[in-house]
Design a protein around this ligand. Sequence first.
Ligand code: AHG
Ligand code: MN
Ligand code: MN
Length: 334
Amino acid sequence: MPPAITIERHILETQRAYPGATGDFSALLYDIAFAAKIISSSVNKAGLVDIMGLTGDENVQGELVQKLDELANNTIYKALDHTGRLCCMASEENEGIIEIPQRFKCGKYVLAFDPLDGSSNIDANVSIGTIFSIFHKVSSAERGTLEDCLQQGRKQVAGGYIIYGSSTMMVYTAGNGVHGFTLDPSIGEFLLSHPNIKTPQRGNIYSCNEGNYAKWENGIQKYIDYVKTPDKASGRPYKSRYIGSLVADFHRNLLYGGIFLYPPDKSNPLGKLRLLYEANPLAFIVEQAGGAASDGQQDILDKTARELHERTPLYIGSYEDVRDIESFLNGTRS
Ligand code: AHG
Ligand code: MN
Ligand code: MN
């Protein structure tokens, strides 16, 4: 039996390929993995202890926040605020940038995160996740600024997610492939289980909230009609799979092949999902796995956020499926 490779060992061995590395980046990834273990343990206990249910607050998106959102948000903040590796953070749950307290050293990285994704599913024991994105600090300010957070997706140093499913997994890329680790709860370690993940060039799954069909623009409707039209030679009809947790829907499609769509509609002209915390990191992962991510006009990674909570339409998954939907949107197919 080959030796189990812990996430720590994997990160350290990858770092050796960069002789100039200070170790800060490796430590940062490891800190995130540590926070993920704490969140995972809380998620697993959610049905047992009274931490479920609504707090009655509303987060900056105007959506109901559940207690686990706050717990996950605080866990990540507390695991990282004092490490001297970050200059600031940005979270889906905080309106402005999160400063590093003055008493702590300021570092050279920026962390943007969605602490708990799919939180409306918590009470039903459905898979949820955490999504994160790391940039270099680029501003000349002493501590992190908005400029450090609002960078083009292609400038990401790393992107990743943790899925709290039938097991807990952490999947990340730092630009040298996509690697997945499964948490072994008996020893409390993430072990390399999915080295160098590649996604099929074409899938046969489409994932969207089809209840919004009537509100979508014509190109999207035509695409959905197309994937449902039987054509044995092209593998259609596609299967419809939608959990309503982006991380879980994305993870399944990454492994099996397929496309996830969250289009704009009349009430949400930019869709629902956020560029910094959701689209960017998953786009980095999917490109590294051989897939694609688009907003319908351009690759997600070519976009530069103008504000922290900017939303974007998202079409993400197998390369050919993403190019197909673009062609329906730009009218080259109908
Ligand atoms: P969050 O829980 O972080 O607010 O994200 C929820 C998102 C995402 O996980 C999912 O893909 C999408 O909302 C589902 O939206 P609909 O309920 O509109 O389908
Ligand atoms: Mn989310
Ligand atoms: Mn969230």
